[in-house]
Write a protein that binds this ligand. Structure first.
Ligand code: DX5
Ligand code: ZN
Length: 218
């Protein structure tokens, strides 16, 4: 069963809850919240206040993607604000095992993300602790970029690594996912599809979600 995770990065921030509820009514399972610090990525977005504002207003899994340096400093605050899943970048963690342990101890699910150029070998040792592996299919920082097809073999590689070890973690793909690219990502082994511009930038949220769902089932 493929899950859809619309990213609020492309939503209308002046009517955020309205957009979020449209996505939920259309059947989205996760709500992807992109947190950027202007250091790890060249852009700034939102913090725990936005997670707190959405907590309790929707039933979707609040999926917080931290594109920040030194994420350990903020984990507590995002979980206290209501994050159900916290994903950190392996490239930003000096002690990845400790960081993932902290997320789980504080009661959230733990995700680990890799940029397009990062090898999955970097996370091999901590795979049993991961609830989700996020494979970036664009260089993180902005919505509306083009899917990088060179990541497809890596999705397959992580799929095999998980299957060989009997690990049930989800594989999430993020960046340039739309009705044309979703099928290839799913075929390679992705189980959670993030989509920002394809959903909230589409002008018709329910039909965009329906199109993604159909594409993912192909
Ligand atoms: C990019 C973010 C993505 C972004 C995806 O750095 O991590 O979640 O919102 O946007 P689209 O789907 O438009 O590529
Ligand atoms: Zn993201």
């Amino acid at each position: 069963m493929i899950k859809l995770a619309p990213s609020i990065l492309s939503a209308n921030f002046a009517a955020l809850l309205e957009d979020v509820l449209k996505a939920e009514e259309a059947g989205a399972e996760y709500l992807h919240i992109d947190v950027m610090d202007g250091h790890f990525v060249p852009n700034l977005t939102v913090g725990p206040l936005v997670v707190e504002a959405l907590k309790g207003r929707c039933r979707m899994c609040l999926d917080v993607h931290l594109m920040i340096e030194n994420p350990d400093v903020f984990i507590d605050r995002f979980i206290a604000a209501g994050a159900d899943l916290v994903t950190v970048h392996a490239e930003a963690c000096r002690h990845l095992h400790r960081t993932l342990s902290t997320i789980k101890e504080k009661g959230a699910k733990a995700g680990v993300a890799l940029n397009p150029a990062t090898s999955p070998r970097l996370i091999e040792c901590i795979l049993p602790m991961a609830d989700l592996v996020l494979l970036m299919t664009v260089n993180p920082g902005f919505g509306g970029q083009q899917f990088i097809p060179e990541v497809l073999p890596k999705i397959r590689q992580v799929r095999n690594m998980l299957d060989e070890r009997g690990i049930k973690a989800e594989i999430q793909v993020d960046g340039g996912i739309n009705a044309s690219t979703a099928a290839a990502a799913v075929e390679a082994g992705a189980t959670v599809l993030v989509a920002g511009s394809a959903v909230f930038g589409s002008g018709d949220i329910p039909s965009a979600i329906a199109q993604l769902r159909t594409a993912a089932m192909r």
